[in-house]
Design a protein around this ligand. Structure first.
Ligand code: HEM
Length: 461
């Protein structure tokens, strides 16, 4: 079977996946999945083991197992024709990526550490659910307090938006910062199904902010690639962005331009332009047009149907025109320089806020180790900072508790402050490295040290 035909096995409309080495056809389960069709569709065509394990820590193991068993593929002829998209990509991309099925070991019931961790955190939420008279599934999502906080964050966001439309100079700076604050505190959780216990609300909220990224492309990049395989070369797309200019992982090939990556000016330009030219434009090219249907050569993309692709591209084009070019048709009386300033400055500042809050908590000299235990791996590849500070929590949208977020992605970030001491204590007990920094400044310094280390030429390259 040729590569193209193999891609067709995983064609739009079918949902075949492999979990713990066994193939399942989950197509009939798509509209029955309690977490929603959109979430389930992420395992289509790929090895779904990590997503299956990492998204259901608060669900009954026996329910999960019995659900899967109903959809097991038994036709040996069909099984012989199946390959995951990751395998197809490894064949065509020719990089040295480890096979996804070899990355982690999943002992029955979990490792001692994983068992103790999940049980302790479940107990915490079981008590919370009892106290707040609700189900555990509801107790892990945004609390009424968090929703009130979001409403309050919405006010400066709206006010600065009105000022922006009136070409107020100060709004050039306030608008992107308030937009970041609002989006960081709601979009990210929703994209992880962590805002509401109702799947349609999570999907709806993630579509409210198309500027930031297409929710579909974001899901492939972030939920499937990054969260499953953080800081694993050739599997985590986030350590493979602009790899000709930046080297973020020791296993990525060194190239001449990397020598200059630790320069503050170089870094500043990179951070200012990442959202507009990275997430909004290059992402789309990477995912759908490069020929190999693979995001950053790291996460395979399931092909869209022709109609779906058309709708996707039309919405991305519409978003780009509205978000980037609005000053040219709204600020009719302004001169060209003003229009340009209102096009560029807000998007650059927003990009900077995004980058500072998403890079420093992943890339430091301490976060490049690996573990076969998926739970341990999530902790040692995360760099927490300012855990006790409300300002750090608010400005990062809870991303300062990166280890806890990676361990329990469906939990709203408003709870992470309370489970953080549980995680830290268990890490100390089991001798697991737990990376902490006092705040943004220490974390940026660590990030810079890592960037400098990665800039050095490697002999084998
Ligand atoms: C691979 C096969 C999958 C199966 C068989 C499956 C099955 C299930 C079942 C039975 C539940 C209900 C659990 C309960 O009521 O306690 C559930 C809930 C859920 N699933 Fe899945 N699921 C799969 C994949 C996924 C994926 C890939 C995602 C996300 C990327 C996901 C996200 C969720 C979420 C968010 C919930 C609701 C629980 C919560 O909000 O925390 N599932 N799933």
């Amino acid at each position: 079977m040729s590569t193209t035909n193999l891609r067709n096995v995983h064609s739009p409309g079918t949902l075949i996946t492999r979990i713990h080495g066994v193939w399942y056809d989950l197509t009939p389960f798509l509209n029955k999945h309690p977490g929603g069709a959109k979430a389930l569709s992420l395992v289509a065509g790929r090895d779904g083991t990590v997503l299956f394990e990492s998204q259901h820590q608060f669900s009954s193991k026996s329910l999960m197992r019995s659900t899967l068993n109903q959809y097991r593929i038994t036709d040996q002829k069909m099984i012989n024709n199946l390959k995951t998209l990751e395998e197809i990509d490894s064949d065509t991309l020719g990089h040295n990526a480890e096979k996804v099925e070899d990355l982690f070991e999943w002992p029955e019931g979990g490792s001692e550490f994983a068992k103790e961790l999940v049980t302790s955190v479940r107990n915490y939420f079981a008590n919370e659910a009892k106290r707040r008279k609700m189900t555990m599934k509801e107790a892990i999502k945004a609390t009424p307090m968090k929703k009130l906080e979001l409403l309050l964050l919405c006010v400066p966001f709206m006010i600065s938006f009105i000022y922006l439309l009136q070409a107020s100079f100060i709004s050039l700076f306030t608008f992107p910062i308030f937009t970041w604050l609002f989006i960081a505190n709601v979009f990210h959780d929703a994209s992880h199904y962590g805002f509401s216990s109702k799947p349609w609300i999570n999907v709806g909220v993630s579509y409210l902010f198309p500027y930031f990224s297409s929710p579909s492309t974001w899901a492939v990049q972030h939920i499937v690639g990054h969260h499953s395989y953080p800081n694993i070369a050739h599997r985590d797309p986030d350590v493979a962005h602009t790899k000709d200019f930046r080297r973020d992982h020791p296993e990525m090939k060194w190239k001449n331009p990397h020598e200059f990556q630790a320069n503050w000016l170089n870094l500043g330009i990179h951070w200012l332009m990442s959202i507009t030219f990275g997430l909004c434009i290059a992402n789309e090219y990477e995912a759908y047009f490069k020929g190999c249907l693979s995001y950053n050569d790291a996460v395979p993309v399931v092909p869209f149907s022709k109609m779906r692709l058309l709708a996707h591209l039309a919405s991305r084009f519409f978003t780009a025109v509205v978000v980037l070019l609005w000053p040219f048709y709204v600020l009719q009386e302004a001169n060209f320089i003003t229009k340009l300033a209102f096009t560029i400055i807000p998007s650059f500042i927003f990009s900077f806020c995004f980058m500072v809050n998403t890079q420093i908590n992943h890339l430091s000299p301490d976060t490049i180790n690996k573990s076969k235990d998926w739970y341990v791996h999530q902790i040692i590849t995360a760099q927490n900072f300012g855990e006790q500070s409300y300002l750090h929590y608010l400005f990062s949208g809870g991303l300062n508790m990166q280890a806890e977020h990676h361990l329990f992605p469906t939990v709203n970030h408003c709870h992470l402050r309370y489970i953080q001491p549980i995680v830290k204590e268990l890490c100390i007990k089991h001798g697991i490295q737990y990376n902490m920094a006092s705040g943004y400044i220490e974390c940026v310094k660590k990030y810079m040290t890592h960037t400098k280390n990665m800039a050095k030429q490697v002999k084998s390259d």
